[in-house]
Design a protein around this ligand. Structure first.
Ligand code: GLU
Length: 423
């Protein structure tokens, strides 16, 4: 199942959000201006324009990107996004967020991201495969198990990772499973990877509920975005005792105070679900979903959804950022002033890359783990990371986002400092 994007573009340039977040933490920790400048830039920015033969015989040129933000802590890691809204600045922001996400979870990775400007649902299966293989060949200069390990993101899935793994392997004359994560299990994918981001969201919600004093049992939840992350998070939060009262996708949402039948929504054919949710409940817009009177709001779609114009209207007690960058810097300031508890994206959605790390380790060792082991290691790492952030938040009386950024940026600065500046 391809992850379902929310159609409308972000309210502000995501790279502006990312830079504002970095600048704020740089001020807070008194970061050396030269070091701040290093971190404000992405180390490598690769743009490719490449031709693909379409089914009707015509040639179409696609534009794609692969950006490495920082590799001080290890090989770079991050997803590939297929969406109409992909831009160099979006990919830069997402790459920078990967650097912080890996650092806060303690993974031995730097941050990267890539994408192609394309609506994958508008391509045939053959066109999608040819486009993916050509893009994989183009970024083959950068990727590799010791260099840069892509993974799924919005608009991409395990099948697309399989084509990338196969293309890279053909170019090298032997199978290289560790070049991507989020692959099908039959070719070296990890058990539990598909559910990992949503499962991590559930673990973080459990922790956040303890800290914020909101009981998860019976809590009402609205989930924006019903792709890989939103659908799995909905199911697992429901299983943990919460009541999912609203969900949405690119075409809008539904709200039912009685609680939604999540299994029926997941079982619904994607093409029908993408047109409208054929389920009981009141039809609402994505904007209305964010302002519902719920206990927990889970933005699980795209960047910039919570911003200066709507942050004042949010009625949730707690926001669990399952998406990357769902809140702009201005939106965040308003949430802070209003004392709304926010579990920031770089912690809340880190379950995906944590289990990607497990997949990479399993591939490198050719030794595979049971799903129960994957899930319990994920729980241990993501809860420990949350608790470290929460401890700093309490000690310094700052927000969870500020605390997560202080930890992440400090770790990257330490790695850069101890390695030194080449030459
Ligand atoms: N695309 C996911 C993210 O934004 C996963 C990245 C990965 O597993 O490398 O975190």
């Amino acid at each position: 199942m391809v992850n379902a994007p929310v159609a409308h573009p972000p309210a502000e340039n995501p790279f502006d959000t990312a830079i504002a977040q970095l600048d704020a933490v740089a001020e807070r920790i008194g970061l050396d201006p030269g070091m701040r400048d290093v971190l404000r830039h992405c180390k490598r920015e690769f743009t490719v324009n490449f031709p693909v033969k379409m089914d009707d015989g015509s040639i179409r040129v696609f534009t794609g990107y692969r950006v490495h933000h920082n590799e001080a802590r290890g090989p770079v890691k991050g997803g590939l996004r297929y969406s109409d809204h992909v831009s160099l600045d979006e990919v830069r922001a997402l790459a920078m967020w990967m650097t912080w996400k890996c650092a806060v979870a303690g993974l031995p990775y730097g941050g990267a991201k890539g994408g192609v400007i394309v609506d994958p649902s508008a391509l045939s299966a053959g066109e999608l495969e040819r486009m993916t293989r050509r893009f994989a060949a183009e970024i083959g200069l950068l990727i590799g198990p010791d260099e840069d390990v892509p993974a799924p993101d919005m608009g991409t899935d395990a099948q697309i990772m399989a084509w990338i793994m196969d293309t890279y392997s053909m170019m090298h004359g032997h199978s290289v499973p560790a070049v991507v994560t989020g692959k099908p299990v039959t070719i070296g994918g990890s058990s539990g990877r598909y559910e990992a981001t949503g499962r991590g969201v559930m673990f973080v919600t459990q922790e956040a509920c303890k800290y914020a004093g909101v009981p998860l049992e019976g809590a009402t939840v609205a989930v924006q975005g019903f792709g890989n992350v939103g659908s799995v998070a909905s199911k697992l939060l429901r299983d943990a005792g919460a009541k999912i009262v609203a969900v949405s996708n690119a075409s809008g949402g539904i709200y039912d105070e009685a609680g939604m039948d999540i299994d029926a929504l997941i079982a619904m054919p994607r093409d029908r679900a993408s047109l409208r949710f054929d389920a009981p409940g009141r039809r609402i817009t994505n904007a209305e979903l964010l302002e519902l009177p719920v206990d927990i709001l889970v933005p699980a779609a795209t960047e910039g959804q919570i911003h200066a114009a709507n942050a004042g209207n949010i009625r949730a007690k707690m926001i669990i950022e399952a998406a990357n960058g769902p809140t702009t810097a201005d939106g965040d300031r308003i949430l802070r002033e209003r004392n709304i508890y926010v579990a920031p994206d770089i912690v809340a959605n880190s379950g995906g890359v944590i289990v990607s790390y497990f997949e990479w380790v399993q591939d490198l060792q050719s030794f595979f783990w049971e799903e129960a082991e994957v899930n319990s290691r994920l729980e241990r790492i993501i809860k420990r990371s949350f608790q470290e952030v929460a401890a700093l938040q309490a000690k310094e009386s700052i927000s969870m986002r500020e605390a997560a950024y202080v930890l992440a940026v400090t770790r990257v600065v330490e790695a850069t400092t101890v390695r030194g500046i080449f030459p």
